[in-house]
Design a protein around this ligand. Structure first.
Ligand SMILES: [Zn+2]
Length: 94
């Protein structure tokens, strides 16, 4: 029997999460106007062109491709990210 796709075959979770989601929105590039990612890859001297159908993030004027969002830790594949955050409150003494 053949599995539906590679994700099922590998058990890899491709979902992404925004631990600090203040102001960020997910969008799909739906037109052919030239829009660029706000960030560059280290060593590159060009911004990433967002292409039709691409899923990207927006916060105000800032647009961010998913590669850069992952590199800058804006998004994570860690579904339990909220459990791994450092607690800012001290534990109760009992
Ligand atoms: Zn980018």
């Amino acid at each position: 029997m053949q599995l539906e796709n590679e994700t099922e075959a590998s058990g890899e979770d491709r979902r992404l999460y925004l631990p600090q989601h203040d102001g960020w929105e997910g969008r799909v590039k739906s037109d052919s106007t030239k829009e660029y990612c706000y960030y560059k890859n280290p060593g590159d001297d060009f911004f990433h062109l967002l292409v039709v159908g691409e899923i990207y993030l927006v916060r105000g004027d800032e647009k961010c491709c998913l590669n850069c969002a992952i590199r800058h830790a804006i998004v994570t594949s860690d579904r339990l990210h909220w459990q791994h955050r450092v607690s800012r409150t001290k534990p109760l003494p009992f």
